[in-house]
Design a protein around this ligand. Structure first.
Ligand SMILES: [Zn+2]
Length: 251
């Protein structure tokens, strides 16, 4: 507590290495699941938005070059915009987390007595008796005072540093991965089958990502899957209709 340094929040402290037991492992497991789920949602976005663009252009023209050009632009623009959005949101979450950790450190250094009472109060409010809560607070304080306060008061873990670049990169890649499917479905088949194949492949893929996302989020899968597939069908139908109208109007 006494050796508080402004940069301390960034450095792993020596005490943290002593307690990587079960809660940590479960945290890592949930963390992995959440990342996987975010990846599925990113792929979902890549599928819908790129499919809508290529089907729209294919509604306007039978030529492959403009379809590919628009598709590639949609893939690159979409992946960058997803990554940027993710970067901004994770970076601001990280900044507020860093600020909270620094504030807690300062409070622990400046008023350890009140902080101990506060910690005991939290455990008492959770249902422990005053004596037990006091003992828990004292033992936690002796073990890892900052970790105990961050967990009890703020529900954050000093070791789980949010990584904006990593999140942005994951978003970028998952969007790209999803976008590959409509690109292939629109470019590989012969011209007359392009649109029906892109339609079917897109809706099938959305069904899979919708169900997988719900499964990973531990929620019932049917309703969200139906929503995602219907939403995708509407997006494709609308862009196709607009493409077809513009195609005949301009040509
Ligand atoms: Zn505190």
């Amino acid at each position: 507590m006494a050796d508080e340094a402004p940069t301390g929040a960034m450095q792993p402290s020596a005490t943290n290495e002593q307690h990587d037991g079960e809660p940590h492992d479960r945290g890592a497991f949930n963390d992995g699941l959440n990342k996987l789920r975010a990846g599925v949602l990113g792929a979902n976005d890549g599928i819908v938005s790129v499919a809508a663009v290529v089907v729209g252009v294919a509604g306007a023209t039978a030529e492959l070059a403009p379809i590919i050009t628009a598709g590639v632009a949609a893939v690159v623009g979409g992946a960058i915009s997803m990554a940027l959005g993710e970067y901004v949101s994770v970076a601001s979450a990280r900044d507020s987390q860093t600020a909270l950790i620094a504030k807690e450190k300062r409070e622990l250094a400046e008023m350890p007595e009140q902080e101990l009472a506060e910690l005991a109060g939290i455990y008492q409010a959770k249902g422990l008796s005053a004596e037990t809560a006091q003992r828990v607070a004292e033992e936690l304080t002796a073990h890892d005072v900052l970790g105990a306060h961050l967990e009890a008061e703020l529900h954050i873990d000093e070791n789980e540093v949010l990584k904006p670049w990593q999140a942005a990169w994951a978003s970028f890649l998952s969007f790209l991965l999803g976008a590959v499917l409509p690109m292939l479905a629109i470019t590989l088949p012969p011209a007359e089958l392009r649109i029906p194949i892109a339609f079917v492949a897109t809706l099938l893929a959305l069904g899979i990502t919708g169900a997988l996302g719900a499964y990973l989020g531990k929620s019932p899968w049917l309703k969200p899957t139906v929503r995602v597939v219907l939403g995708g069908a509407v997006a494709l139908a609308v862009t196709f209709a607009i493409g077809a109208m513009l195609g005949t109007a301009i040509a």
